[in-house]
Design a binder for this molecule. Structure first.
Ligand SMILES: Cc1cc2nc3c(=O)[nH]c(=O)nc-3n(C[C@H](O)[C@H](O)[C@H](O)COP(=O)(O)O)c2cc1C
Length: 332
């Protein structure tokens, strides 16, 4: 099975991706948070920094584009192909109101005819101008209702889409409630496109359950679960971790995970300090990450609070160090 790191706006930018790739194995591909090219304008300088080859050296990355305008998608894809990317991913999942109001992200799913015309145009144009460039799709299963999904799937199936990543929720679910597995079963049965499952995988057993139920899957994409547990894909991929039972998950295993978690944390902190102006911004980023990391340290409530309250990097570092050294068993 292949494991992809999900795109997460505000979290999985290039500093995060490179640090993760340096510290943990098992991720086949990292998808960038969406790039939303302005009408006719191309990428912003922040977006360009995220995809420039010199900022992504050695890390397998697929850029994701969010737009409902054919010409903007085509222009963005040509730019990305020019930087050497072999795949561009179309975002049909973003639930944010400001995005969907413009008919983008999951908002595009509400107008299947328009989506069909969009795909027709971009596939015919790009197959001529960028032959070999793969176009994949990351989608929800509908805007309002999962009953929209069969028609959407039929549309996707008509095009040479290189991969279909399905997050089985509708827009109105945002990220809450249980994934709608019935709709995913339909995708598993009907998709002619290599299929990737995405949603609520937080542990080895969550992933194994999906793999057992859907043996034909080409990949699993993990977002929040892999931010909280950055070694999750390595655990899934690497037999060395898998063979261990609870009793075997000894002190040594936990110490190795802790050492690599500390390295990952320090690379993130240094990386953000290098590219972000001012401690306030860096602290904001790190605190956001601790909303995810914190789940491993339930007994370090006081130190976690010190992280949240820290106003200066030195204060933050001291609090983070004491949490990271606390006695929790990281292996699960
Ligand atoms: C903070 C946040 C930012 C996200 N940003 C993006 C994004 O830029 N592009 C995208 O396709 N999905 C985005 N997602 C959705 C995730 O890629 C993923 O589909 C979702 O979190 C469900 O997977 P998970 O349960 O493994 O996290 C975002 C999700 C969150 C929570």
């Amino acid at each position: 099975m292949k494991y992809y790191f999900a795109p997460m706006e505000g979290i999985t930018g290039y500093v995060f991706r490179n640090a993760h790739h340096a510290c943990f194995s098992g991720v086949e591909r990292y998808y960038t948070p969406f790039l939303a090219p302005g009408s006719g304008k191309g990428f912003s300088s922040r977006e360009l920094r995220d995809i420039l080859p010199e900022n992504n050296r050695g890390t397998p990355v697929t850029p994701q584009v969010l737009t409902c305008r054919e010409e903007d998608f085509i222009k963005a894809s040509k730019t990305l192909a020019g930087y050497g990317y072999g795949e561009v991913n179309l975002n049909l999942g973003c639930p944010s109101g400001t995005v969907t109001a413009k008919g983008k992200g999951s908002g595009f799913l509400a107008d299947p005819e328009r989506l069909d015309r969009f795909l027709d145009c971009v596939f015919s144009e790009l197959s001529a101008s960028c032959p070999g460039l793969r176009i994949s799709i990351k989608t929800r299963i509908g805007y309002v209702s999962e009953e929209e999904f069969p028609a959407l799937l039929e549309i996707f199936n008509r095009y040479p889409v290189s991969g279909l990543i399905v997050h089985p929720r509708v827009r109105e679910d945002y990220y809450k409630g249980k994934p709608r597995m019935e709709a995913f079963r339909l995708a598993a049965g009907e998709s002619r496109i290599p299929l990737c499952y995405n949603g609520d995988i937080r542990s080895v057993s969550d992933a194994e359950n999906v793999e057992t139920e859907f043996p034909g899957l080409s990949a699993i994409m993990i977002g929040r679960g892999a931010v909280a547990c950055p070694w999750l894909m390595e655990q899934l991929k690497d037999g060395r971790w898998k063979r261990k039972t609870d009793e075997e998950a000894d002190e040594e295993t936990n110490e190795e995970l802790r050492r690599r978690f500390v390295k990952f944390h320090d690379m993130l902190l240094c990386g953000y300090q290098e590219v972000m102006p001012g401690d306030r911004n860096v602290l904001f980023k790190m605190k956001e990450l601790w909303d995810h990391f914190g789940s491993h340290f339930p007994e370090a409530a006081k130190e976690l609070k010190r992280i949240r309250k820290a106003q200066r990097i030195a204060e933050y570092q001291e609090a983070a160090r004491s949490v990271l050294q606390s006695g929790t068993a990281l292996y699960q």
